[in-house]
Design a protein around this ligand. Structure first.
Ligand code: GLA
Length: 766
């Protein structure tokens, strides 16, 4: 937790200046004198953003260029421009107004939002095609506004705040000759140590401008001796950390699949080369976006580096007619001086408190059972009720009917697009089924995949032109299905109409919103050829639009995101779907890695995690039921199996697991999360811990790897406890001091057999 006492003292001592710059002509928003997190120093022309533990500073230089001077641990309000160096670097051009001064070059100075074609050859943040055919932009400072509270973005996901929790600085830049204006938004969340960024580009000219690139974030560093950590892999193994030192040139991850993707995640870390969980300076950057993205870092030869993050420029071209503007998705930054754990906890808190819009934010979510791995497409109403009946006897509270309930859908080759109940499987309709489920004391949830259509469906037969397709080219199939053109409102309206009919026909309290292929043949019937570069982004905006409608019409419904598991696990989706099915791989041992990687940015409460049957459906592994429970319990917990096939002993274990999770829900879902081991590095065991805010309770979970003869005698050093408190572990007689548990550790028992697990519940004695 940030030290709020220190924070408050600092705030009262701080001089606050806000106002209008001399000569400023563009300043429409209201100015607030009482902004405390943002300091404008008129004399030095610096803007300093303060969170409790970090400082971010920019400066308007003598050529009105907006220079980035600092982002790092808290250092106060002083100008930090003494670190900037100017030198004559051959082949680094000088702006015209610099005359004979060859030491001033846009190619060298750290900038807040990099431009193109006028002397900075490093990664550009923005690239317009001007009416005269040139691709140049030279942005100079125009003015600023300050606002209490956090800015919002039209039709895009964004962190939100109450008025007193955040402040907004907007810096206006312009290229007078191109008549392009840019608004850089900075949201400052003091207690969460979070800074958000977004950009709006406005065409003030008289002709259309085409934007080929428009990043959300540019962050320059006066150093290049850092590691870049990205989160990668594939379907069934998402978000595995990959760490490498920065090297000369550009290194990047991204997606051109139309979804944020299983392969790369729109979250990256830049850190000291010796940074670990508890040491070293590290910066985390997340993009709140669910489509094509790019996160690129460029090292310049002069020991500096630049991170640029935003919509991927592949096939992006946005036409801005006179007076129109384009707003980028939001990016969010956290800086931790003390390693990854603190960075993750800052993101977790910020996401929980300022991004998720969870109908269960003030109450416990129900434990669910999903029939997918139990039945796949092969079910009847009787079978579903049997599963629900068994589950409800074990304390499970929500039954989720997965794929196969609609249209003609006995496998994945038909039915998508026809969102009407399949009366062969459910003869009494949804209402009949839900009322039987409800009579068991369970609530009801349903699976949908609204963005897709099968060729073999009534919808496709009627509207073949509603899919993304390039005229004259037969579109690629993915899982045997096509992608509906969600950039089109008429298509979305039709699908939403069908969904509404279903969701209003019975009390549906949960929806699993799935999406099972990447986008290809990206072309829309609704746009002229010169605007096809807008389709990828308009598609994402369409998904956000329909999800927002769903949230508005059904405010109490919990929407779980899914994309073949975790193919769209990003901050953008989390704004609409406060939990996301973490991976289609439900094997507990693989999940250790997936959930570990995911936790670097995203809090445990967002990770859909289920206990499934063994041998595991994805990899054939057999793990103990206790282990499967312990792994799934560190996320949004549920089951994905037929409990009717369990032995009485197994049912008893499930009953205990459900009750345990219900009791400790608050701690797991709102506690601070500590990674106690790296499953990629340690094959003896993986461990993690949830600690309550007041440090009086903790849950430690540990899972072993394959058994070894004569294993070493291991201790586990806990984290985040109060060293002065005495803790009882799993109700033990013995009391353990928090200090001893953290420094000397807790001795692990000898394990026999593969993939064993233990769970320790610590409670402080008063
Ligand atoms: C995706 C999901 C699964 C399941 C199937 C149904 O793969 O990730 O959980 O819902 O679709 O077809």
């Amino acid at each position: 937790m940030p030290d709020l006492r220190v924070c408050a003292r600092r705030l009262t001592a701080r001089q606050v200046v806000s106002g209008r710059l001399p000569g400023m002509t563009y300043n429409k928003a209201k100015l607030y004198k009482e902004c405390l997190m943002i300091v404008y120093d008129e004399q030095n022309q610096t803007f300093t953003l303060h969170t409790c533990n970090t400082t971010y500073q920019m400066k308007v230089d003598h050529y009105q260029v907006l220079v980035h001077t600092y982002y790092g641990p808290y250092v106060g309000d002083n100008s930090l421009s003494h670190c900037l160096r100017c030198a004559d670097r051959d082949f680094s051009p000088n702006p015209n107004e610099a005359g004979n001064d060859r030491t001033y070059s846009l190619d060298i100075i750290p900038q807040e939002y990099s431009t193109c074609g006028v002397g900075d050859f490093r990664l550009p943040s923005v690239e317009p095609e001007l009416p005269d055919g040139s691709h140049t932009l030279d942005l100079r400072y125009l003015g600023y506004t300050l606002q209490k509270g956090k800015y919002t973005l039209p039709d895009l996901p964004a962190f939100y705040s109450a008025e007193e929790e955040a402040e907004t600085l907007t810096l206006y830049l312009e290229d007078a000759s191109a008549q392009i204006e840019t608004a850089l938004y900075f949201g400052v969340f003091e207690k969460s140590d979070l800074i958000t960024r977004a950009v709006r580009i406005i065409n003030r000219g008289k002709e259309t401008v085409r934007l080929h690139r428009c990043a959300s974030l540019c962050l320059d560093f006066l150093r290049a001796d850092m590691d870049l950590i990205t989160f990668n892999a594939h379907h069934l193994m998402e978000r595995c950390p990959d760490r490498a030192p920065l090297r000369s040139g550009i290194q990047s991850v991204g997606s051109v699949r139309g979804i944020s993707s299983h392969q790369h995640n729109p979250f990256v870390i830049l850190c000291d080369q010796n940074a670990d969980e508890y040491h070293g300076l590290c910066y985390g950057a997340m993009l709140l976006y669910s489509g094509n993205f790019e996160a690129a870092v460029e090292c310049s030869p002069f020991e500096s580096s630049r991170l640029v993050m935003g919509i991927h420029p592949y096939h992006f071209c946005w036409s801005l007619r006179p007076g129109e503007s384009f707003t980028t998705p939001e990016a969010a930054l956290v800086c931790s001086p003390d390693g990854f754990t603190q960075m993750s906890q800052q993101f977790h808190r910020a996401i929980r408190d300022h991004l998720l819009r969870d109908p269960y934010s003030h109450r416990r979510k129900p434990v669910l059972i999903n029939n997918w791995e139990a039945t796949y497409f092969d079910f009847t109403a009787e079978k579903l009720v049997d599963i629900a009946n068994e589950a409800s006897a074990l304390g499970i509270e929500l039954f989720v009917m997965d794929d196969g309930w609609f249209g003609v859908r006995d496998d994945d080759s038909s039915g998508l697009g026809d969102w009407q109940v399949n009366k062969t499987k459910l003869p009494d309709g949804l209402e009949g089924l839900v009322s039987r489920i409800n009579s068991l004391g369970m609530s009801f949830g349903i699976w949908v995949e609204p963005e897709m259509v099968n060729e073999n469906s009534a919808l496709y037969r009627e509207h073949p032109d509603w899919i993304l397709h390039v005229p004259g080219r037969a579109p690629a199939r993915g899982r045997g299905q096509f992608v509906l053109d969600f950039s089109r409102k008429d298509v979305r309206d039709h699908i939403y109409g069908q969904l509404k009919t279903i969701f209003s026909s019975a009390p549906v309290t949960y929806v699993k919103w799935d999406m099972n292929r990447s986008l290809t043949d990206v072309w829309s019937d609704a746009l002229p050829p010169q605007r096809q570069g807008e389709v990828y982004h308009r598609y994402v905006l369409g998904v956000y639009d329909i999800l927002e409608r769903l949230r508005t019409d059904y405010p109490h419904m919990l929407i779980e995101g899914c994309c073949g598991g975790g193919g769209r696990f990003d901050g953008g989706m989390l704004y609409y779907t406060p939990q996301i099915w973490c991976s289609d791989d439900s094997d507990a041992i693989d999940r250790l890695k997936i959930q570990y990687g995911t936790s670097f940015c995203y809090p445990p409460c967002t990770m859909g995690a289920h206990v499934s049957a063994v041998p595991n459906e994805q990899n054939g592994r057999i793990t103990p039921l206790e282990t499967r429970g312990i792994v799934a319990m560190s996320g949004a917990f549920g089951y994905e199996m037929d409990p009717g096939k369990c032995s009485p002993e197994e049912k008893e274990i499930i009953r205990r697991q459900v009750a345990w999770y219900q009791t400790h829900y608050e701690l797991i879902c709102r506690g601070d999360y500590y990674r106690l081991g790296d499953p990629f590095a340690n094959n003896l065991f993986t461990a993690w811990e949830h600690v309550s805010e007041d440090k009086r309770q903790a849950v430690v979970s540990l899972v072993t790897g394959s058994v070894r003869p004569s294993p070493p005698y291991s201790r586990l050093c806990l984290k985040g406890l109060d060293p002065s408190l005495q803790y009882r572990i799993n109700g033990s007689e013995t009391l353990y001091s928090g200090g001893a548990l953290m420094q000397a550790g807790y001795p692990l028992p000898a394990f026999s057999g593969d993939y064993q697990a233990i769970q320790l519940y610590l409670e402080a004695q008063s």
